[in-house]
Design a protein around this ligand. Structure first.
Ligand code: PSU
Ligand code: MN
Length: 303
């Protein structure tokens, strides 16, 4: 496809039927501060390689959908202030303009699917924001999960969102959601939330459900919610106080639309004295490990 620029090592892995894992770039540009964002991006790629999987970090640059990035591209995403968030709405526009764009979960799913990558690991997906009944702020990530057949591994959704409404929305749009080894939906910084989710204990089951869906001609994706390991958890109640404060500040400052999520994440890092960032890194790492297992399982089942 003329708009795709697949890095040679990723292209080779795909042609040879080897496991590949997609990674997003908004977490680099808007989700974490420099230099931890760059260090994390590199560490995650190495982690995948160490587990026998080719990583493909995705962004939009120089008018191409780039699948698999080099050190220079990662550096641009991590440091350049003009990098824009890309979602389905502005995907084509960003290619046409030649601007640099960091892909959100939605745009990363689209690009992964174009490249033939079935699994994608990230920190948290976007969701239904609190008071969405007034603001209508619902992440395009949720709609994308209903229409692009990619398995997304995340630590649930952040507690900055309305978890109950997010789960209802996913249900309405026919998105299969599973808790990996848990029957309570994880709340990002915390392993548990008060909300139930269907539990799955093996990557073989995930792969089988995904493949069955494809055989049926379904085009939806799947959300695998992977709880943060307990030793890295940030206590739910303590986090709730921080989050309420960050949300109140965002309201006060009149922050809306695409800026909401980056603002809240940034404020939470500041308000926790960097603790939430450590938690964030630990959970993405955990998700990449599970993503690698799913990617290997899918390849294994093909032969
Ligand atoms: N969750 C995080 N860190 C992030 C994001 C989510 O812990 O950086 C990013 C993801 O790229 C997600 C996006 O797709 O925020 C959602 O943005 P919005 O709420 O504007 O749809
Ligand atoms: Mn939004």
């Amino acid at each position: 496809m003329m708009h795709l620029n697949i890095q040679p090592r990723v292209a080779q892995a795909l042609t040879e039927g080897k496991p590949v894992l997609a990674l997003e770039s908004t977490i680099i540009s808007h989700g974490m501060p420099f230099p931890q964002n760059l260090e994390t991006a590199k560490m995650l790629e190495q982690l995948a390689i160490d587990h026998g999987v080719t990583p493909a970090t995705i962004c939009i640059m120089d008018g191409k959908v780039c699948v698999g990035l080099d050190a220079k591209q990662l550096h641009i995403l991590a440091t350049c202030k003009q990098v824009r968030k890309v979602t389905r709405r502005n995907f084509a526009e960003m290619l046409a303009s030649g601007e640099t764009g960091a892909t959100t979960v939605a745009a990363t799913m689209m690009a992964a699917h174009m490249a033939g990558i079935a699994v994608f690991a990230t920190g948290g997906v976007g969701g239904v924001h609190r008071h969405a009944q007034e603001t209508f702020d619902i992440s395009a990530d949720l709609i994308e999960l209903s229409r692009t057949p990619v398995i997304v591994v995340s630590a649930g959704v952040k507690a900055i969102l309305d978890i109950a409404k997010t789960l209802e929305y996913l249900e309405t749009h026919g998105v299969p959601v599973y808790g990996f080894g848990t029957s309570t939906f994880p709340a990002f910084y915390s392993a548990k939330s008060p909300y139930p989710v269907e539990a799955i204990d093996s990557v073989a089951t995930i792969a089988k459900i995904y493949q069955t869906g494809l055989e049926l001609g379904f085009t939806n994706g799947m959300l695998v919610a992977n709880p943060i390991p307990q030793e890295y958890e940030f206590p739910y109640d303590k986090m709730a106080v921080v989050i309420d404060k960050a949300i109140a500040e965002a309201d006060q400052k009149g922050i809306r639309g695409q800026r909401v999520t980056p603002f809240l994440l940034g404020r939470i890092v500041e308000l926790t004295g960097g603790k939430s960032l450590e938690t964030n890194i630990a959970l993405v790492k955990n998700n990449v490990l599970l993503g690698c297992r799913i990617a290997r399982e899918l390849v294994f089942r093909r032969f």
